[in-house]
Design a protein around this ligand. Structure first.
Ligand SMILES: C[C@H](O)[C@H](O)[C@H]1CNC2=NC(N)=NC(=O)C2=N1
Length: 187
């Protein structure tokens, strides 16, 4: 499949850096937002062109959670960083199925909650996540409520929404071995 083809536009925005190196690709809709758009950037993962639906063409990337976890967050202050739309967020949330996609007054975020064994194990939990966040230069919002309820929210503050960085961080958090800190849910 040729890398550059004209497709009806689906306004999806990622930073150029992410589009070049990510398994995703960037649609650039024409200025008038009309039907033509171009794919640019490398398609790292198999992309399937789903049958056109009423003039739209849909793409599915097959990047997996481990693909996301193996990637690196890009600096959030790059000038071409923009938040993604809900459609792409709904596609990407499938790659990190234990996370929830929340919409807080129009602001999209990723969120996930756990119950920890003790208050101090909650702090250990945060420290393990903080180590990943510091290594990535991308940071979550951490909540420890009622001594053992932990919630992690991830979004890109510089754009006020979601970017691929957020999904990368969520996928990396999911690779951490933290079950020893967690209360086992009564079955
Ligand atoms: C320069 C550096 O990219 C910024 O300060 C980072 C730090 N960590 C961050 N974390 C998150 N979640 N969003 C940001 O916009 C952000 N910006």
């Amino acid at each position: 499949m040729s890398m550059f083809r004209m497709f009806p536009s689906r306004l999806v925005s990622l930073s150029k850096t992410q589009a070049q190196f990510g398994p995703l690709f960037q649609f650039v809709s024409t200025t008038h937002g009309g039907p033509s758009s171009r794919i640019n950037g490398l398609l790292h993962n198999h992309v399937e062109l789903v049958e056109p639906r009423k003039g739209h063409r849909e793409f599915r990337t097959f990047c997996t959670a481990s693909d996301l976890a193996a990637k690196k967050c890009v600096p959030c202050n790059s000038e071409d960083m923009r938040s993604m739309n809900e459609e792409l967020a709904n596609q990407l949330i499938a790659k990190v199925p234990d996370w929830n996609l929340i919409n807080e007054e129009g602001k999209l975020k990723l969120a996930r909650s756990w119950k920890v064994k003790t208050f101090t194990k909650g702090l250990e939990f945060f420290q393990a996540i903080a180590n990943v966040a510091e290594a990535e230069g991308h940071h979550p919002d951490l909540h420890l409520v009622g001594w053992n309820n932990v919630t992690v929210e991830i979004w890109t503050h510089s754009v006020g929404g979601l970017t691929e960085n957020d999904f990368i961080l969520a996928a990396k958090i999911d690779t951490l071995k933290l079950s020893h800190l967690l209360r086992v849910k009564p079955n």
